[in-house]
Write a new protein. Structure first.
Length: 120
């Protein structure tokens, strides 16, 4: 049986996500992640892999949360009273555009700076 981690993975991923939101992939070094999380380089690599792997993990979690939120809102939210699925979707998308801060969208925009291939 392996040794129990001395950190909360969800908390670390939230901190990492916030750092990537702020500075993007290229603007964030492994040392920045070490400073933000309080973890050593070895702990980060052992738990999450390299910086690219960690970025993809955080971005995947972010996308999954967006999809889960959309499903919930379209099924049970204030838009669910509309009978037409297209009308529900349209109203939901408009509500997103009205409610999102530009800094949240920067995470998606900054995803474009992610290298297409990462050397092994």
């Amino acid at each position: 049986m392996g040794r129990k981690r001395g950190f909360d993975e969800t908390t670390v991923l939230d901190v990492v996500r916030d750092r990537f939101w702020t500075t993007g992939f290229d603007g964030t070094s492994t040392y920045d992640l070490m400073e933000a999380t309080g973890l050593g380089k070895g702990s980060i690599y052992k738990a999450f892999g390299n910086k690219h792997d960690l970025y993809v993990h955080v971005f995947s979690d972010y996308c999954q949360s967006l999809v889960a939120h959309a499903r919930e809102q379209l099924r049970d939210g204030p838009h669910a009273v509309l009978t037409s699925p297209m009308a529900r979707l349209e109203r939901y998308v408009v509500s997103l555009a009205d409610g999102w801060d530009a800094w949240k969208l920067s995470f998606i925009y900054r995803m474009q700076s992610l290298p297409r291939s990462v050397p092994s």
